[in-house]
Design a protein around this ligand. Structure first.
Ligand SMILES: N[C@@H](CCC(=O)N[C@@H](CS)C(=O)NCC(=O)O)C(=O)O
Length: 192
């Protein structure tokens, strides 16, 4: 297998945490790319042009972080991160993805020339983050795919949206996050 990734991408971090947690990291070729530079080598294999992208041992090309995590969980390595009660886990994955998408949109806005930035759009994304965060749930001790997605989202808020005080909004999950941040998979994929 090989994975196209970028160090600061929250979407690729989610997948790379899963690779670690499943014991698959060392058997996966890691290809570092900058998708924003439109690399021809990425586009030749992954027409979608985004990271993460996984090429399976059968040559199947998968994009979309949640789809890739779902695929990796079917492989006979490590314990399942989704388990038998699939949909409650996937619902928590989607909640975390909402936080990631809104945070990422803010980060993209910050890359635009100042005159083209929309303060209204950024404010709306911040309201979305706080609204979604209010419904986020972590499990105690499992670190399933929902937990991995939430930890990724919170890590990305710390990296790119520091003026949203998520620890104040969710003091209850701040302690959980401090604990899971010490997992080898989180440390190994920390972009800072
Ligand atoms: N919904 C996708 C989002 C992937 C995504 O937007 N990746 C960004 C990097 S963080 C990218 O490669 N962007 C390049 C582009 O849009 O051209 C997922 O969950 O994997």
């Amino acid at each position: 297998m090989k994975i196209y990734y970028n160090v600061t991408s929250p979407y690729t971090r989610k997948v790379r945490i899963v690779l670690h947690e499943k014991g698959l990291f060392d058997v996966t070729e890691q290809i570092l790319v900058d998708p924003w530079a439109d690399p021809a080598a990425l586009h030749a294999t992954v027409p979608v042009g985004r990271v993460p992208a996984l090429v399976t041992d059968d040559g199947l090309v998968l994009s979309e972080s949640t789809t890739i995590c779902d695929y990796l969980d079917t492989l006979p390595s490590g314990a399942s991160l989704i388990g038998k009660d699939r949909w409650p886990v996937m619902a928590r994955v989607a909640v975390a993805q909402g936080i990631i998408d809104a945070s990422f949109a803010i980060a993209i806005e910050a890359r635009r020339p100042e005159a083209l930035r929309s303060t209204d759009a950024v404010a709306r994304h911040k309201r979305a983050i706080l609204r979604i965060l209010a419904s986020a749930e972590a499990t105690d001790g499992r670190f399933d795919l929902g937990d991995i997605s939430l930890a990724t989202a919170l890590g990305y808020l710390d990296l790119r949206v520091q003026d949203v005080d998520w620890r104040k909004a969710r003091a209850d999950i701040a302690g959980w996050y401090a604990t899971v941040s010490q997992r080898p998979s989180m440390i190994a994929t920390n972009p800072t």
